[in-house]
Design a protein around this ligand. Structure first.
Ligand code: ADP
Ligand code: MG
Length: 722
């Protein structure tokens, strides 16, 4: 075990070791804690992990000492508080264990204070005005429920301590703090509801299994594309003659160079405990997917962030660049990050797995229907949770899934819900009994666990024992959508409990009360259910008739965060204060503005300093050619084609130039807008439309201009990597 951790994994394989030898060798998990901590420190740590309570302060020094000894034995020299600020990446500031004492002796030191809390100078992290008006300081605080781990980079090893990041005044400035709050609330609400069915349940955790899609391109080619380097996506580029029409990439073999890269980042992932399970090609050329075994939601979120970092880092070793952007290439599929979500009890029950007995059937139906009702009641918020400048290129932009939220159940469960809706009567009848006795468990695996019956166009699909939130973007931090999903299900379960208790107080039998409330929820949430093709135009029309929202752009979608009902939801459940919510809204708008602004700048720069010069050079070649032919005294007919190409080229050059100027003017207007929502709106509707116009002409020129003169690597070079 020890040797494995200290070895650098040879590029391309797992050093001939089984994955189990590598797995979690760099994680301070329960096993390591047992080995390196005193009994008392171990018990205290385990208790705080189980209960979710803060660590006892007096134990911190002991735990820090054990952690340091473990990390040093593995060769770590530095430690860092590892956190996920609202910038979309992870942050760390490394401190060495090394220090010099007052008397001049050099020692390695790491105490409880350093473990538990730090004050990173983080004034440059997004804070939506919170830190400006209140306190300039922010601090990171240890989250013991996510184990510390060691990252190996270059020649060094760093002990990483997962933390939350909050302002001195208490407001959260990161992804983890609200996530932990939402999980705690969900636990309370779900345990309460579980007690209708099983008094032994004392904890419910949300589980998350993400599926990460990504593209890989050659690093040298990517380096030659300022758009890929600065924006993570191509802003110009004509689709290749051979795109994904043939769909031969999907089950094709993975090219060896990429395979070596995958094995390398997988090995790094295994060492820090990320339980990767699958890897395969995706639909588009150059596109791939990996997915782990699902984990407790908080850990799964950390692991996804960590994996995204690892993928970027390891790609360098292989002279590759990984693209996590939702839409790196126009005309080929984009990338998502499906979030598979469920609820699991400490008694080992998946609450979204159909039951085998009438009692567990009813428990399953309760959580199933409550989730559907939550999505119905808060569809706009769920849409807002996945909104970003980059995801806008998927959602609502003729790509899957659409910006309209709906839930897919499959034919069998649709029938079950229809029956409850129609047949449950005032008094408990034989029919009700029959519904409860339906062996849902037996039917589901056949129908839903079978891949063929899945609706791959649905943004939120039930897949037999979990919901799959498919609309999440590939570059997103999973915490955003998870906080919203956890919170809306929490609120719905709380309401459900109140209503059922109310009926019980009125004298109804528990099971009947539950069925009645479920029946009303099924009725109320019916419009959110859709089994058909979500990509079709007919669905957009039908959804509009049903009154479902269709927010196609981020500035529009984000508004859902600050409606009265959202404020009430988040405040009442203790997830965000009004200030935090307003701040986050501001941060997300600002991020949108910045992203579009950077793209506009890069596009302008690409156009004027790459595409136009190349095109003008070609134009000159044509002119030389035409004047040459003319000077020979040839008839105009003999250089008609060249003249034609010249005219077309000149026209595209003109159009690009005019549109770039107009785009710059629009940007100036937008920048003057003080109100962040309006500025985002301006960027969305006044600046961004120029992207397509400029691109249209640039892509036409790419087809015309001499390949030798074209300064940017083309799609066919980028996508068909070997
Ligand atoms: P696929 O969708 O490719 O057929 P699976 O249905 O087995 O594969 O799982 C897809 C993803 O769902 C995996 O990442 C897996 O870890 C996750 N998953 C499976 N069960 C659960 C669960 N109970 N909670 C959360 N995620 C789950
Ligand atoms: Mg899936």
């Amino acid at each position: 075990m020890k040797e494995v951790a200290n070895q650098k994994v040879k590029i391309g394989h797992y050093n001939g070791k089984k994955i189990t030898h590598l797995f979690a060798c760099n994680v301070f998990n329960a096993k390591a804690a047992r080995e390196w901590l005193s009994d008392e420190a171990y018990k205290s740590l385990m208790h705080s992990i189980k209960s979710g309570n803060k660590l006892e302060r007096r134990m911190a020094d002991g735990i820090a000492a054990g952690l340091k000894a473990w990390a040093e034995e593995k060769g770590a020299t530095h430690y860092t508080h590892w956190f996920q600020p609202l910038t979309g990446t992870t942050a760390e500031k490394h401190d060495s264990f090394f220090t010099i004492k007052g008397d001049g002796t050099a020692i390695e030191e790491f105490d409880g204070n350093a473990l538990i809390q730090q004050e990173p100078d983080a004034s440059s992290f997004p804070n939506g005005g919170i830190r400006a008006t209140f306190e300039a300081r922010g601090y990171t605080a240890w989250d013991p429920s996510s184990p510390a781990f060691i990252v190996e980079t270059g020649y060094g090893k760093t002990l990483c301590i997962p933390t939350i990041f909050i302002a001195y005044s208490g407001e959260s400035l990161d992804h983890k703090a609200p996530l932990l709050k939402s999980l705690a609330e969900l636990n309370t609400a779900a345990v309460d509801v579980c007690h209708y069915f099983d008094k032994n349940v004392s904890k419910v955790t949300a589980t998350l299994g993400w599926e990460q899609e990504y593209f890989i391109v050659d690093e040298n080619l990517a380096d030659a594309r300022p758009d890929l380097m600065m924006c993570g996506r191509t802003l110009v580029g004509h689709s290749p003659a051979k795109g994904q029409q043939l769909e031969d990439h999907y089950f094709g073999a993975i090219p060896e160079r990429l395979f070596e890269y995958m094995q390398d980042f997988e090995a790094e992932a295994y060492k820090v405990g990320i339980p990767l399970r699958t890897r395969h090609n995706e639909v588009a050329p150059g596109q791939f997917e990996c997915a782990p075994i699902f984990e407790e939601c908080n850990i799964a979120v950390d692991h996804n962030s960590l994996l995204m970092d690892t993928m970027h880092r390891v790609a360098k070793r292989h002279k590759l660049k990984v693209l996590l952007h939702e839409k790196p290439f126009a005309g080929v599929n984009g990338s998502g990050k499906h979030n598979n979500w469920s609820l699991s009890t400490d008694t080992g029950v998946n609450l979204l797995a159909p039951g085998k007995t009438p009692r567990t059937n009813l428990m399953f139906l309760t959580f199933f229907v409550n989730t559907i009702k939550a999505v119905h009641d808060y569809a706009d918020l769920l849409r807002a949770a996945i909104a970003s400048a980059s995801n806008d290129h998927r959602l609502g932009a003729n790509e899957a899934p659409p910006a309209i939220m709906s839930v897919y159940l499959g034919s069998y469960l649709t029938k079950v819900l229809d029956e409850i809706e129609e047949r449950v009567t005032e008094k408990f009848s034989e029919q009700d009994e029959a519904i409860l006795k339906l062996d849902i468990h037996k039917q589901i695996p056949e129908l839903l666990l079978d891949n063929t019956d899945r609706n791959r166009t649905s943004p939120f699909a039930f897949t037999g024992n979990k919901f799959e939130f498919r609309a999440v973007g590939s570059s997103a931090n999973c915490a955003g959508p998870m906080v919203v999903l956890n919170t809306i299900v929490t609120a719905t379960l709380k309401k459900f409990k109140q209503e059922v208790d109310g009926l019980i107080r009125k004298g109804e039998k528990k099971e009947i009360a539950i069925l009645h409330v479920l029946q009303s929820y099924i009725r109320d949430s019916k419009v959110i259910r859709f089994e058909g093709d979500n990509y079709s135009d007919e669905w957009a029309e039908e959804a509009a008739q049903r009154g479902l929202s269709n927010f196609k752009t981020t500035p529009e979608a984000l508004g859902a965060f600050v409606t009265e009902s959202s404020k009430e939801l988040f405040i009442q459940n203790g997830i965000y204060s009004e200030r935090e919510l307003e701040a986050r809204y501001e941060i997300m708008l600002e991020e949108y503005v910045k992203k579009v602004q950077i793209e506009a700048r890069i596009l302008g720069f690409l156009a004027t300093s790459h595409i136009l010069p190349a095109s003008i050079a070609y134009q000159n070649e044509l002119i030389t050619n035409v004047t040459g032919l003319k000077s020979l005294g040839l008839a105009e007919d003999s250089y008609r084609s060249q003249l034609n190409i010249l005219k077309v080229t000149s026209n595209h050059i003109q159009e690009i130039n005019d549109n770039v100027e107009a785009m710059i003017a629009a940007r100036k207007v937008a920048n003057k807008e003080e109100n962040m929502h309006q500025r985002a709106d301006e960027y969305c509707h006044q600046v961004k439309p120029y992207f397509d116009k400029i691109r249209y002409h640039a892509d036409k020129l790419e087809l015309i201009v001499d390949d030798k003169l074209w300064p940017l690597p083309k799609y066919r070079e980028l996508l068909y990597i070997r």
